[in-house]
Every structure is written in C-alpha cells, then in structure tokens.
Write a protein that binds this ligand. Structure first.
Ligand code: TXA
Ligand code: MG
Length: 335
C-alpha cells in the first residue's frame, strides 16, 4: 500500500482519506493514533489488519468536541461529566455504555465504548474535519512499544496505512488513563498521566482496578513472569530496584558492551558506559515523556538488554511502572 504523508497544513486531505474509508495515523498528546471512521466498520477492520491487533481488544473513539459524545454513548452520566469538566480535552479515556450505532468492530462486541477527547491541536482539527468520531489504537504493531514520534511511526507503519500526519513529539509520551465510569465509582483500568490522585481530588471514591494492585508483586529474575509481555522492544528489559547511587556503582562494573542502562539526569555524568537519560528524577513526567522513544532507540542502536531503574508506584510513577512491568515480563534485579 502506498502511504501518503501530510503536514499539519494539509489536514483536509488527510480527512478526505478517512471519508474514503482509509486509515490515517495522527499525533496526539499521549502517543500517535492509527485512526479510521468509527462508524465505518470496514474501515475499522483495516486498523486491526495494519497493526496485527487481536480482534477482541476494543478501540478508543476520539472526538473533537464534547458535543460529539452523544453520538457514541447514551449515558454521559454525572460522574463522567465531572471528569470531562476537569480533564477534557486531555490524556484520559472514559469507558461508557455505548450507543446502538457504534459498530461491534470498535468495541470488540462489548456493551461499552472508550471515548477520548484529545488536547493536541492537530488531532482536534483533523477529527473535526473528519466530522465523525475516529476509532484509534496506538500507532504501533501490536505487542511493540507505542510510537511517540513521527520518525517512529513512519519507520514502522509506512506501507501499512493510508496516510500519516506529521506532528510534534508527543507531549505526555504514554497512553491515556482509561477510566470505567459505568459503575458506582470510577475505576482506573489503565493508569496514565491523569493519575489516581488527580481523579480522587474531584471524585474521592475513584479506585484502581484490582489487576493493577496485584501486579505490584515483584518477581525474582529467575522466574520471568512471561504472561504480560507487551510494550516489548526486541531487547530484553530488566527492572532494577535499589538506590540510584548503588545502581550506578553496580553497573559501572557489570554492564556489558551489548547492554545499556537508563539513568536519571542527576547520575548521567558519573556513569561511563552505554546510557540514556530519563530526565530528572525530580519530575517523573519527563520519564513518561521519554520512555517509549528511548526503548525504541535501544533496538535501533542494537543493544540486547536494557536495565531500567524502578520508580515509586505513586502518581505518574504508577503509570510508568505499569508499562515497564509489562515490557520486562517481570524480570527484575534487586541491589
Ligand atoms: O492515549 C491513548 O489512549 C492512545 C491514543 C491514540 O489516544 N490510544 C491507545 O489505544 O492507547 P490502545 O488501543 O492502544 O489502548 C486502548 C486501551 C486498551 O487497553 C483497550 O483494551 C482499552 O483501552 N479499552 C478500549 N475500549 C474499552 C472498553 N470499552 N472497555 C474497557 N477497556 C477498553
Ligand atoms: Mg496500544
């Protein structure tokens, strides 16, 4: 397939491709999305094909104004409204009861639909020119790391999609917080840049899904819990628990030429071997912003293993660790 490329000044042409039932990759503030008209089931099936995505994994429908929400859900309830008032547009997805008109291809047959109103200007203008909700998963081959830069999507999806819109590097760098608001209290299904703490400020009853809590169990390196391989680069990912100073000293001795260590900016200068920066330890939003791009760099540079310091699982740290535990499949060392 010949992929067309668009700049942010040719969004109408990109929207025309959507109207023709094609797939178009677009930037958002979280990660790039691989979109199609949410009301065109045939077009939506092309997304699954382009990504090799299992058909039982539902897609998020993206809107460019809250007015569009009623085309997707029959129950924009007060809880959802208060989250929308505080955090939309932004990096959050609401799971709501779906309207009968939403194709099963989008929701994987579920009675609910994920709805996201992105903040990114290019995304919003594009969706509004499409004049229909855009179903979009992250723009990457299933199982690999989500793409957060134009270079990454171009390399991975050229020839597999109808078009790609060139945008800036994604501001937040990890996928949106997914929150189920169909029950009595909001339940976070996937942590993201809108944190549990932030949601509790407006809805104190907000909970984490139990699977996110039990996952905090740390596995020994000898027993790689391979069940959750996801967000995986080709290189082996190993989480490192321990004081940052200790990590530097240990790997100064132990790191092999085929391996790389992710470090915070504060320790970067002290370390003489293969390294990449996660930004300052004082602001883990920077780690979130960089992590997927750096994981892709690890593969591009041909490293076979990467060691990543574990961070505390609160706030944005919970969201970053959620991805990294999946990348590592439970492989960790304790110093
Ligand atoms: O930031 C994001 O959310 C990005 C950008 C492109 O918007 N999209 C994204 O999509 O990450 P995807 O498909 O890679 O992840 C969507 C997640 C999946 O874990 C999916 O299972 C869940 O949201 N999801 C979607 N609809 C759902 C529903 N109705 N009920 C429960 N989970 C749902
Ligand atoms: Mg994804």
């Amino acid at each position: 397939m010949q992929t067309k490329f668009f700049s942010s000044s040719s969004l109408q042409e990109a929207a025309d491709l959507i109207h023709m039932g094609e797939t178009v990759v677009f930037p958002t503030e979280t990660v790039y999305g691989l979109g199609a008209d949410a009301f065109n089931a045939q077009a939506v099936l092309k997304i699954f094909k382009a990504k090799n995505r299992p058909a039982d994994n539902p897609l998020i429908a993206h809107i460019s104004s809250l007015d569009m929400i009623d085309s997707l859900t029959c129950d924009f309830n007060p809880m959802a409204q208060s989250i929308a008032a505080s955090f939309m547009p932004g990096p959050i997805t609401l799971v709501l009861k779906k309207n009968g008109s939403v194709p099963d291809a989008v929701t994987a047959g579920l009675p609910t639909v994920g709805i996201r109103f992105p903040k990114n200007e290019v995304a919003r203008t594009f969706i509004s020119l499409c004049n229909t909700p855009i179903a979009a998963p992250s723009a990457n081959i299933s199982g690999t790391v989500s793409a957060t830069t134009f270079e990454d999507v171009k390399r991975e999806l050229s020839g597999r999609v109808g078009g790609i819109i060139e945008g800036e590097n994604c501001e937040f760098g990890i996928e949106s917080t997914v929150v189920d608001v169909t029950g009595e209290a909001p339940v976070i299904l996937r942590p993201g840049s809108i944190t549990l703490e932030m949601l509790r400020e407006i809805l104190p009853q907000t909970k984490l899904h139990p699977s996110l809590i039990s996952e905090t169990k740390v596995e020994k390196p000898a027993s790689p819990g391979m069940k959750y391989i996801h967000y995986s680069p080709k290189a082996e990912v190993v989480l490192v628990y321990g004081e940052r100073e200790k990590i530097v000293t240990y790997f100064e001795e132990q790191l092999q030429p085929s391996e790389c260590l992710f470090l915070f900016q504060e320790e970067l200068e002290q370390f003489s071997k293969n390294k990449m920066s996660l930004g300052s330890a004082a602001d883990l939003n920077e780690m979130a912003h960089r992590i997927f791009r750096q994981l892709k760099q690890v593969d591009l540079l041909g490293y076979q293993r990467v060691y990543i310091p574990a961070v505390e699982e609160t706030g944005i740290g919970l969201s970053v660790m959620n991805r990294l535990k999946k990348s590592s499949g439970g492989k960790a060392i304790h110093l």
